[in-house]
Design a protein around this ligand. Structure first.
Ligand code: FMN
Ligand code: SF4
Length: 783
């Protein structure tokens, strides 16, 4: 019997015609039957999957995220009728975060459970050392305090870290790696600068870390907590809306995001000139309390002010809507848009567009800010009001009053002119400054001026800081060069005329002084900062006024485009990066790169114009062990001359606050020693330099390149000014040797002191005949 026939007769209970019909139906409908069955099975599976609670198969946390122990979560106190977030989460599973951004929501994720150690890290940033000094004192005080709290043994000695030197990746992507059971607490003390500083880098790093899709949005949540204190200036930035402590505010916000809102204590702010001490003390007390609390209880505590609780999150940060979804403001707007469009049932794109605009406007009105958390653009900036360009030194400003009290005539809104003490001295026949000994410049015919009272450094030895404005870029009203030129000349002549009646003024010198022959662009500030510096120089040269321009080696772009000057100076205040940072306190974060770029420019220019390195020696800052470093810089820039000058002491509170005292002023014998050592170091390197001249009265010595020796081997450091103007007016190319002047007079040469024998040497009562250290009021203006 065949198998089919056997089945029919033994298994199939019905008759054969019924079977044949069934087979026929199957053949006809088998595809829809299979599809329907499969679909029904899938629906049943999906329903069961979403309804039934699931067991966690693994306890491994997701990469880069600490274990989230839902059991640890404590209901926040003080949230009114709102249910604790953790409860809501378990009620509505799964909890959706629109936009796919991972977010943590409790400050209790990482608690100290028993014997963990607590390490406080105090980060600071400082340009002009206020914050640095304060942070040091603060950290010492905190260390003392933590020794006396309950559970003091939990605390490791707090550590202080400079944001300019640390690797952000080590501290601000994840907490530092530690093999023992140490947990970290971050404190940040930062100033605010509306110019480019290291803080911009830092903020960018925080922002990028938060927005980096590869890492958790809150990778710093394992921290125990953090708090920020900002230093600002209410005089310039009176309110927070004006930018008072704006960078501290930004850091606080980004840290809140990165730590999942573990703000342990509210952002503190203070102005060192007024209330910083008081505000910092309050903040310190609060931070100490919370640290004690952490050591005792293991966490920040929920619901208390400053607990970092989710309820106090920022408006633009995170928000909860009725459905228990955590939505970012952007998506909330988007959701409203969707709901609204559904309600209105409009398919027409034009109408939809109108509705969206309306909703967006509503959202804006209600204070919701649209933030793109999914696409981070560095260029995206907060919309700001159109900038109002201000005057650098307005007539009603404290800076104006202070500068005028010091004898400056302010021209326009950013230029100044002042009579230097050597001009007065020369008028009375009592000697010119070292520029006469070295270069033949008569001080009574010299005008000292600057077209930019602003500077990008805060050198410890500068007698004007506290008064002169600072900045890294020109952000003020620009006065025309003609106005400045006429103004500074008028100011200079006016002051000369006022000296008419001073006892001892020689009539012939007074008459000569009414014709300016030289301009020292070195008074204060940074002359090449002025956008029309080249036009200004042309005006000087057109009147046959020679130009000595001193720049601080921080503006390579401007230096590169600078036209011809009679002598071009670069201040070399230190031989290495760290020393330069300490002494010049530059505002530019890439100050060392800028400095080196300027030296390279100077090197290229050495066959076009006379180039000079100006070294100002400050004992305890930039002399010890730096000879070789300076020699290396000379080798790099190959200047025509190196002027070495002892610092002058101004005795102001700002110099004192920079740690400068009379002890930092070198004796002339120390300058001489340094010059001998430097010359030897240069010669050892095979560089053709020698000591050409000195002016002991100004504590100043000149090292010159052998290029400035004549055929008789004599130094010719003086300048042929007549020739310089002829060459300039000729319009062709020329070299510094082409306007090399006559031989340096014997009395000015090394070993002879440098005082013009035709002048009368006047010693002040009680002063040594050989000046050992010159005070600023004597020396000011003798640039
Ligand atoms: C160029 C410059 C820009 C500044 N910008 C701001 C500012 O935008 N907002 C503010 O509150 N303070 C500003 N300040 C004030 C400093 O933040 C304040 O003086 C601070 O104490 C400096 O700290 P530090 O010297 O330790 O770096 C600025 C100061 C300077 C010199
Ligand atoms: S570069 Fe000159 S003006 Fe500027 S801070 Fe230094 S010494 Fe003062």
């Amino acid at each position: 019997m065949k198998y089919d026939a056997w089945i029919l007769s033994n298994v199939w209970p019905f008759n054969t015609s019924a079977y044949a019909e069934a087979v026929e139906v199957w053949h006809e409908y088998r595809i829809p039957i299979i599809i329907s069955t499969f679909t029904i099975l899938m629906i049943v599976r999906t329903v069961l999957h979403t309804r039934l609670p699931r067991e966690k198969l693994s306890i491994t946390p997701p990469p880069a995220s600490p274990t989230l122990a839902a059991e640890k979560k404590i209901a926040p106190v003080g949230t009114g009728n709102k249910k604790p977030i953790s409860e809501k989460v378990t009620e509505k599973v799964p909890r959706r975060i629109v936009g796919g951004v991972k977010k943590r929501n409790s400050s209790q994720d990482d608690v100290v459970t028993g014997d963990e150690k607590i390490q406080v890290l105090v980060f600071f940033s400082s340009l002009t050392t206020t914050t640095e000094k304060t942070a040091k004192v603060f950290t010492e005080g905190l260390a003392q305090k933590l020794k006396s709290v309950n559970k003091a043994s939990r605390f490791i000695e707090p550590e202080i870290l400079d944001l300019s030197y640390i690797d952000y990746d080590e501290y601000f992507i994840n907490p530092p790696k530690s093999d023992s059971n140490v947990q970290y607490f971050y404190l940040l003390l930062v100033p605010t600068y509306n110019i480019d500083t290291v803080l911009d880098n830092f903020l960018e790093h925080l922002q990028e870390t938060h927005n980096d899709f590869r890492i958790d949005t809150a990778p710093l949540s394992p921290l125990l907590g953090y708090s920020v204190f900002g230093f600002g200036d209410r005089e310039g930035w009176p309110t927070e809306a004006d930018g008072f402590c704006s960078q501290a505010t930004d850091i606080d916000k980004w840290m809140a995001k990165l730590t999942a809102r573990k703000r342990a204590f509210p952002l503190g702010m203070g102005d060192p000139k007024t209330d910083a001490t008081e505000r910092l003390k309050e903040w310190k007390d609060g931070v100490e309390d919370i640290l004690e609390h952490i050591a005792e209880t293991g966490g920040l505590g929920e619901g208390v002010v400053g607990s970092g609780d989710a309820v106090e999150s920022d408006v633009e940060d995170v928000d909860e809507d009725d459905d228990g979804e955590v939505l970012f403001a952007e998506q909330k707007v988007a959701q409203k848009k969707t709901k609204s469009s559904k309600k209105d049932d409009m398919n027409d794109m034009e109408d939809l567009g109108k509705t969206l605009n309306k909703i967006a406007a509503e959202a804006e009105e209600s204070g919701e800010i649209e933030i793109d958390f999914t696409n981070f653009s560095k260029k995206a900036k907060k919309p700001t009001a159109a900038p109002v360009i201000k005057e650098m030194v307005p007539k009603d400003s404290p800076t104006f009053n202070s500068l005028t009290k010091q004898g400056y005539s302010i021209v326009g809104s950013h230029s100044g002119v002042k009579i230097c003490r050597w001009t007065k001295s020369a008028l009375r026949g009592r000697g010119s400054c070292y520029k006469y000994s070295f270069y033949g410049i008569a001080s009574h015919q010299c005008m000292e001026t600057t077209p930019s009272l602003s500077c990008s450094n805060k050198c410890v030895f500068c007698w004007r800081h506290g008064t002169n404005p600072v900045g890294t870029t020109w952000r003020w009203v620009v006065d025309p060069p003609e106005m400045i030129f006429d103004g500074v000349k008028a100011g200079h002549y006016k002051k000369i005329k006022m000296l008419r009646g001073v006892p001892g003024v020689r009539s012939e010198r007074f008459a000569e002084a009414m014709r300016i022959r030289h301009c020292a662009l070195s008074l204060v500030g940074e002359p090449i900062f002025y956008p029309h510096i080249n036009e200004f120089l042309s005006m000087l040269h057109a009147e046959r006024i020679s130009s000595f321009l001193v720049c601080n080696a921080q503006h390579p772009d401007q230096l590169a485009t600078l036209k011809h000057v009679t002598q071009l100076y670069v201040s070399i205040d230190a031989s290495n990066r760290e020393s330069l940072r300490k002494i010049d306190r530059p505002l530019h974060r890439d100050f060392w790169e800028r400095f080196n770029a300027c030296l390279d420019i100077l090197k290229k220019r050495r066959f076009e114009q006379r180039t000079v390195f100006r070294l100002t020696l400050v004992k305890g800052f930039n002399i010890d062990d730096e000879v070789e470093g300076y020699a290396a810089l000379v080798e790099q820039g190959l200047p025509c001359f190196v002027e070495i000058k002892g610092v002058t002491y101004c005795g102001t509170s700002s110099s004192a606050s920079a740690g400068l005292t009379m002890q930092n002023v070198p004796f002339y014998s120390e300058i001489q020693e340094f010059v001998l050592a430097l010359t030897a170091a240069l010669q050892k390197r095979g560089l053709g330099y020698g000591i050409a001249a000195e002016h002991a009265h100004s504590c100043c010595v000149l090292i010159a390149s052998d290029r400035f020796k004549n055929e008789r081997g004599k130094w010719c450091t003086r300048i042929d000014y007549q020739r310089f103007f002829e060459l300039l007016e000729g319009g062709g190319e020329f070299r510094p040797e082409d306007y090399m002047g006559e031989e340096t007079p014997d009395w000015a040469q090394w070993g002879n002191g440098g005082f013009d024998p035709r002048d009368e040497r006047v010693y002040r009562k009680g002063k040594n005949k050989v000046p050992l250290a010159v005070k600023a009021e004597e020396e000011e203006g003798g640039e």
